[in-house]
Design a binder for this molecule. Structure first.
Ligand SMILES: N[C@@H](CCC(=O)N[C@@H](CS)C(=O)NCC(=O)O)C(=O)O
Length: 240
């Protein structure tokens, strides 16, 4: 059983955590640390700055040193201590809450989990380019080309490899839900949006990931959002 702190408290530095995120429907980078923290039982507040909003224009300068989201603040956004960029946020969460299972406990599993997160962080540009995350959207068949098919084949292979070598203790890549699952959850939703069918162990893992409680919570909230962000909607024109 993991130790739990009350929301708004944090043990190591005595300050509460706030995760600055953007639209849940569109922002895959926001989704990843949100899932990692939530699934690990790490208490945090959420500060949503929606793309193209007045709120974003007024606050992104003080709430994000890079001008991008996500950002993790220890203390108040804008005046506390900031960690930005998804991998750095996940490592910071792991340092602050080392017993919460952000990464797998086994050193080799942890190394492999970090490898596949880094591969996602730096790669799969074809997939990310033509199949932007759009949780409420349904565009089956859109976005596919040979480079995207190569990315999808690699993702299915690395999922199956992790499940085979490290996944025996549960339904996720390394058994229990960890940061690697958080990293690939936006990909699992893209496969739904764009009608990419996976079979075998990769397909079974995709279903387990989509049914993870934190993923369901995020996707449920995403489906309620109504903002239309043209930059993330290559296959439909803006509603009038
Ligand atoms: N490498 C960064 C990427 C962050 C990123 O690109 N965030 C997007 C949202 S998903 C963003 O803030 N876009 C705002 C903009 O480009 O103005 C990370 O891992 O956090």
């Amino acid at each position: 059983m993991r130790a739990r702190l009350e929301a708004g408290q944090i043990g190591a530095v005595g300050a509460h955590l706030t995760l600055v995120i953007a639209n849940k429907n569109y922002s895959s980078w926001s989704m990843r640390p949100w899932l990692a923290l939530r699934s690990a039982g790490i208490p945090f507040r959420e500060r949503q700055l929606k793309f193209e909003s007045q709120d974003w224009a007024e606050h992104i300068g003080t709430h994000s040193p890079s001008g991008l989201v996500p950002v993790l603040w220890e203390g108040e956004p804008g005046t506390g201590f900031a960690t930005w960029d998804t991998l750095a946020i996940i490592e910071r969460a792991h340092e602050l809450f080392p017993a919460h299972g952000v990464w797998p406990a086994d050193p080799r599993a942890r190394a492999r989990a970090r490898s596949i997160c880094a591969e996602m962080h730096a790669g799969f540009r074809a997939l990310r380019g033509t199949m932007p995350m759009n949780i409420r959207g349904r565009y089956p068949g859109k976005g596919m080309n040979p480079e995207v098919a190569t990315d999808i084949a690699r993702i299915a292979a690395l999922w199956e490899d992790a499940r085979r070598h490290f996944g025996r203790g549960g339904a996720y890549l390394f058994g229990a839900f960890c940061a690697a699952d958080a990293y690939y959850a936006p990909v699992a939703t893209r496969f739904v949006t764009y009608g990419v069918a996976l079979t075998g162990d990769a397909g079974a893992y995709q279903q387990a990931l989509l049914e993870a409680p934190a993923v369901r919570d995020w996707c449920g909230a995403a489906a309620q959002e109504t903002e239309f962000v043209a930059a993330d909607e290559p296959y439909v024109t803006a509603p009038r």
